[in-house]
Design a protein around this ligand. Structure first.
Ligand code: GTP
Ligand code: MG
Length: 427
């Protein structure tokens, strides 16, 4: 009865009521703003570009400060990522900014795996967030969200075309992160060459199916500016930490013998466009896209990999509980099967070892018997020899006694012979 009532009421049309006076829920957006401001914001930038292409200088120029910079050497065995987090404040807004630098990018002879540490880093941040989300006691609001919101891809100002390393890396990253390609050190390339270079880059990105971040045009307030800025991509930027006096103002610029390149002069480079788009207009959209598109994709793939589904084969909704039970059953079955296999293996092994031991024992026994026989044979031979020797000794002794007797008799006979002669003489 109650369920029918609920069904009925949900099918009923909603009634619009006009309020008799001020209630106060029109302050909801303000409540949201003040809550967000109190909480602070996180923004994470990944700078991908070859060593010395101008990543650190651009970050310093972009945030008008000096971050710690360690110059990378050109002799790294591989690429690694170096994240650094800073707390920044503008008016009463706190921003936890993480800048992740790619160290050693483009310095190896074999660059086939150069994209891998970057992809792994991005995935690890998604994984950390997913793990927090899956916890029973979640602390998503106060945990430090390290997911990358924007990847600034620094293209070397060659004036030719994209390098294969650029294309491969951007292709591997485009489903994981918002990519804004930028031409670094744009002051080193002439105006007409730059124009052609930009067109070439965009056509190469399109023909290789690389999806770069598009400034959103669905919000009326920014449709116009974002649409026009999309046409300016990739931004050609110049970075500098040097301040030069132009007129009576100190501006960030690069000074050359033939003139001054002003970083914030829109006719010199696209730095201001990048700053406006990245920080002032689309920072929240970048954060949102990261969560709603890239993280969502990672989460979906990961959960599917883990065996979770939204519907069963009959297109009926699948409950998390059922999925868990099914997966657990499958796991327990596997475990039991493995246990059985291991037990069988153990039994076989024991049997094998037992047979081997028995065989060894038999061999030993045979050997022992043989040795025993040999020993008895030897003993018999020795005994025989001893007997022979004893007999020989007895015979010898007998002969010795006989010889001695003979000798004694002959001696006696010899001693009686002279006496008889003397007697004969006397007569
Ligand atoms: P690693 O961190 O060592 O990989 O270098 P990096 O990419 O951070 O480059 P870094 O900002 O240290 O700049 C390297 C050199 O390029 C420095 O001498 C900078 O002054 C110079 N540089 C940076 N930006 C620009 C630029 O826009 N134009 C020109 N011409 N030189 C620049
Ligand atoms: Mg650097």
């Amino acid at each position: 009865m109650a369920a029918t009532d609920i069904d009925k009421s949900s099918n009923e049309e909603k009634r619009n009521l006009s309020l008799g006076g001020h209630v106060g829920f029109d302050s909801l957006p303000d409540q949201l703003v003040s809550k967000s401001v109190a909480q602070g914001f996180c923004f994470n930038i990944l700078c991908v570009g070859e060593t010395g292409v101008g990543k650190s200088t651009l970050m310093n120029t972009l945030f008008n400060t000096t971050f710690e910079n360690e110059e990378a050497s050109h002799y790294q065995n591989g690429v690694y990522l170096r994240p650094k987090t800073y707390d920044l404040q503008e008016s009463n807004v706190h921003l936890k900014l993480t800048i992740v630098d790619t160290v050693g990018f483009g310095d190896q002879i074999n660059k086939e795996q150069s994209y891998k540490p970057i992809v792994d880093y991005i995935d690890t941040q998604f994984e950390n967030y997913l793990q927090e989300e899956l916890k029973i006691k979640r602390a998503l609001f106060n945990c430090h969200d390290t997911r990358i919101h924007i990847c600034l891809y620094f293209i070397a100002p060659t004036g030719h075309s994209l390098k294969s390393l650029d294309l491969v890396t951007m292709k591997k990253l485009d489903s994981k992160v918002n990519i804004i390609p930028i031409i670094a050190k744009a002051d080193t390339i002439s105006k007409s060459e730059l124009h052609k270079f930009k067109i070439k880059i965009m056509s190469e990105l399109v023909s290789n199916g690389v999806q770069i971040y598009q400034f959103p045009t669905d919000d009326e307030a920014v449709t116009e500016i974002n649409a026009s800025m999309n046409a300016h991509l990739p931004f050609a930027v110049v970075g500098s930490t040097e301040e030069v006096k132009v007129g009576n103002k100190l501006v960030r610029a690069r000074q050359y013998p033939w003139g001054v390149v002003q970083v914030e002069n829109e006719s010199h480079c696209d730095f201001v466009k990048l700053r406006e788009m990245l920080i002032r207009v689309n920072m929240e959209d970048l954060r949102e896209q990261t969560h709603a598109r890239h993280y969502e994709l990672y989460r979906r793939c990961k959960l599917e990999e883990m065996g979770f589904k939204d519907t069963d084969p009959d297109s009926q909704p699948f409950s998390l509980q059922e999925t868990y039970e099914a997966k657990r059953k499958e796991f327990m079955g596997d475990l039991q099967h493995k246990e059985e296999e291991m037990r069988q293996m153990f039994v076989n092994k024991v049997k094998e070892t037992e047979a081997e031991l028995k065989e060894k024992e038999r061999e030993l026994h045979d050997k022992f018997e043989q040795l025993k026989r040999m020993h008895q044979e030897e003993k018999r031979k020795v005994e025989e020899k001893r007997r022979d020797l004893e007999e020989e000794m007895n015979a010898f002794n007998r002969r010795k006694v006989a010889a001695e007797t003979l000798q004694a008799q002959s001696l006696q006979a010899a001693s009686q012979q002279p006496l008889k002669k003397d007697k004969d003489k006397k007569k």
